[in-house]
Design a protein around this ligand. Structure first.
Ligand code: MEV
Length: 319
């Protein structure tokens, strides 16, 4: 039987990097998804294909497991690692379709991991609860990429707006955010593991300076949580929190000239808040631009890539 599962990408609104040190963070699912089509294979090996990414590989899932530490961080490895967790090794035919642009900081790897796990559990008629699926997806991310918080995989599993508190608990939030978010991204992609490592190095060298910065980012996330719960939320206040969060990320060393250009161009064109989203070091920005979406898109697209993203309440789904 053919199974299709999908999961959304994510945008981190507040708290990237600090979340790795146990600080709270906030992120939302977007209306761009990863789709996994899975069916029993006809050949001896499993086939994993994606025409969006122009790739196709064949792999015997019964052979010795890959050592992901030695592998390139290809998105295909997240599919393979997810299958190692659930699947018995018999040949499969898997198609990946991505609406999420890879390298845009929209969490394509987490979405692919969650969708693959959901499809594989369904294929084996095994039940898994939402919290268990989020946990399993986080374990898969850790296997493939080393250090990672559970934020991306939680958002891809649950959908909506998620707050990860200081105890690592996933708290779905109600939200009344207007759809006014634009993502800008460069063609150069930062490497998450490298950026997380460079922040750790800085923190080890300057603990007394970096620890307060990390906890300030956590306080921004917790203030944003309170703000978002208000009926008449002050949008400018939210934007300002994003701008402060960006300044602190800059001090952690994850900003680049290209990101700075995008940030200032977005703000100059009417964004009331703009910050790095995700790991930085290349990668992407999120700009909050109520009433100014077209202006911000236009200015970002002059030099880089940009798209509007809307918040999506739909998490992982079997179609
Ligand atoms: C990457 O999307 C976000 C980081 O905080 C790393 C993580 O949370 O695993 C930089």
């Amino acid at each position: 039987m053919e199974i299709m599962a999908s999961a959304p990408g994510k945008v981190i609104l507040f708290g990237e990097h600090a979340v790795v040190y146990g600080q709270p963070a906030m992120a939302f699912a977007v209306n761009k998804r990863a789709f996994i089509n899975l069916k029993p294979g006809s050949g001896e090996k499993s086939i994993i294909k994606s025409s969006d990414l122009n790739l196709a590989i064949s792999i015997d899932l019964n052979e010795e497991k890959k050592d992901f530490k030695r592998e390139k961080k290809s998105i295909i490895n997240y599919i393979i690692a997810a299958l190692y967790e659930v699947h018995d090794g018999s040949p499969l035919d898997i198609q990946l379709h991505l609406e999420i642009p890879v390298g845009a900081g929209l969490g394509s790897s987490a979405a692919v991991t969650v969708a693959t796990l959901a499809a594989a559990y369904q294929h084996h008629h095994k039940k898994i609860s939402t919290p268990q699926l989020a946990k399993k997806a986080h374990e898969v991310e850790l296997t493939v990429q080393g250090r990672a918080s559970s934020l991306d995989t939680a958002v891809s599993t649950y959908g909506g707006l998620i707050y990860l508190n200081e105890h690592g608990e996933i708290i779905p939030l109600n939200f009344n955010l207007p759809n006014s978010m634009v993502i800008g991204y460069t063609s150069y992609r930062g490497n998450t593991a490298v950026m997380v490592g460079s922040v750790r190095e800085k923190r080890d060298r300057f603990p007394e300076i970096m620890d307060p910065i990390i906890s300030s980012i956590g306080r921004i996330a917790s203030q944003a949580r309170k703000l978002i719960a208000e009926d008449d939320m002050d949008l400018n206040y939210l934007g300002e929190l994003m701008n402060i969060n960006h300044g602190l990320l800059d001090s952690m060393g994850v900003n680049t000239k290209e990101i700075s250009n995008m940030i200032f161009n977005a703000r100059r064109s009417g964004a009331i808040g703009a910050k790095i989203t995700g790991a930085g070091g290349g990668g992407s920005i999120i700009a909050f631009c109520p009433g100014k979406i077209d202006e911000v898109l236009r200015v970002l697209q002059k030099t880089d890539y940009a798209l509007q993203v809307d918040l999506s309440r739909t998490g992982v789904k079997i179609h």
